[in-house]
Write a protein that binds this ligand. Structure first.
Ligand SMILES: *Cc1c(COP(=O)(O)O)cnc(C)c1O
Length: 394
């Protein structure tokens, strides 16, 4: 006899929760998957009672299934699934008010930086951007009006790893909240709530959905009290995702564990191949012993993820050649899908930064970013090799 998702034992493994979390909503026909409920509203049984749902912006059974699943995977008390990753950032930041001060990493995701630096700053919040690998910079940034520390680890595109437990300890000393953008690793590889972070958010567009066919986000809270406030904001601001999108993300999510395993295994092999290649100056991948925070990544992550970056030796010409001559890697922004992507941060994901800010962050015309997909690793390495070697063998 099938048990309902709400009755699942709490000691199940991650992969099992991915498959079974939140599903089995259909008690009428016993469908094995969660149905899509494309309805804007729900009829009432009487003037006093309804099914538990009254209007889809506020709640929808398909979206609820996704939210229950995600909350269980991150170990949170509650989750809201939003229309995009940026709406998830906005939702979490709506907990704060004009006058509040935020400490955030200098190498923040570009869209989050724009929301903080250009939009929320105009609305009266203030921000200090620091190198979060240096705790003394965080310590120096605190002000009496500081309310939250925003964490994003590993960072984009150079995969710097921030010590989550250390940041949480600092935050607690100063009685401020912590929010972690966990998009780059997914809950399979990192669970910030276990380190005492208050809120985790994701662009589910990336690894959680994993198939590059939907944009979405989520906000997961450690306590029921925070979850309730976040759900109120999500409804008030109208940030929730459609039942169709929720269904797609829920379908993608079921294979998260095995996708991450396969993709990160390939990422490590590719990182090793690149590190040994004469045209590559430096590889940024937390799984390499040469990575400055390799030990920290080992401690706080369950794996090293499938994002990597590298600097080429001869400047832009080699970087450009690799990007343009690969056949299996599409030149595109975004990440976390089953198809491998390659990108040039200077003109793509980090184009909106000033050249000085980019240089300070260590992003140059030699830097190439790779999102490793689910293709066979040998094919990916052969492709990178032919792209790197193109034009060098005469
Ligand atoms: C993509 C991304 C976002 C924004 O998500 P969207 O779904 O594009 O709105 C936020 N943070 C990180 C780390 C991302 O990679």
């Amino acid at each position: 006899m099938r048990i309902m998702a709400s009755e699942l034992p709490s000691d199940l493994h991650f992969e099992t929760m991915c498959v079974h979390g939140g599903v089995h909503k259909d008690q009428q026909y016993n469908s094995v998957t969660t149905p899509i409920y494309p309805t804007s509203t729900f009829y009432w049984n009487s003037l006093e009672s309804h099914s538990g749902y009254d209007y889809t912006r506020s709640g929808n059974p398909t979206r609820k299934a996704l939210e229950e699943n995600l909350a269980a995977l991150e170990g949170g008390a509650g989750c809201v699934a939003t229309s995009t990753g940026m709406s998830a950032v906005h939702c979490a930041m709506a907990l704060f008010s004009p006058g509040d001060h935020v400490i955030a990493p200098a190498d923040l995701y570009g869209g989050t930086f724009r929301l903080f630096d250009r939009y929320l700053s105009e609305k009266g919040l203030s921000f200090t951007f620091v190198d979060m690998t240096k705790p003394e910079q965080i310590q120096a940034a605190f002000r009496p009006e500081t309310r939250v520390i925003w964490i994003e680890t590993p960072s984009n595109p150079l995969l710097k790893v921030i010590d989550i437990a250390a940041v949480v300890a600092l935050a607690r000393q100063h009685n401020v909240m912590t929010i972690c953008d966990n998009t780059f690793l997914s809950p399979y590889l990192q669970r910030p709530l276990d380190f005492g972070v208050d809120i985790v958010m994701h662009s589910t567009t990336k690894y959680i959905n994993g198939h590059s066919d939907v944009v979405g986000g989520c906000v997961i809270s450690r306590t029921a009290e925070t979850a309730k406030r976040v759900a109120w904001i999500c409804n008030a601001l109208g940030l929730s995702c459609s039942p169709f999108d929720a269904w797609l993300v829920l379908r993608g999510l079921k294979t998260l564990g095995c996708r991450m395993e396969a993709q990160q295994a390939s990422a490590l092999e590719i990182a090793r191949f690149l590190e040994a290649h004469p045209l590559i100056e430096r590889v940024y991948y937390p799984g390499l012993e040469s990575h400055p925070q390799h030990q920290l990544a080992r401690q706080q992550q369950r794996g090293f993820g499938a994002m990597l970056a590298f600097d080429t030796r001869d400047g832009r010409s080699v970087a450009e050649r690799v990007c343009m001559k690969t056949r299996l890697f599409d030149v595109a922004e975004s990440l976390g899908g089953i198809e491998s992507l390659i990108s040039f941060p200077v003109t793509m994901s980090h184009a909106s930064m000033t050249p000085e800010a980019r240089a300070a962050a260590g992003i140059t015309e030699k830097t190439v970013r790779v999102s490793v997909g689910l293709e066979h690793c040998a094919d990916l390495i052969a492709d990178l090799r032919q792209a790197l070697d193109a034009g060098t063998s005469t």
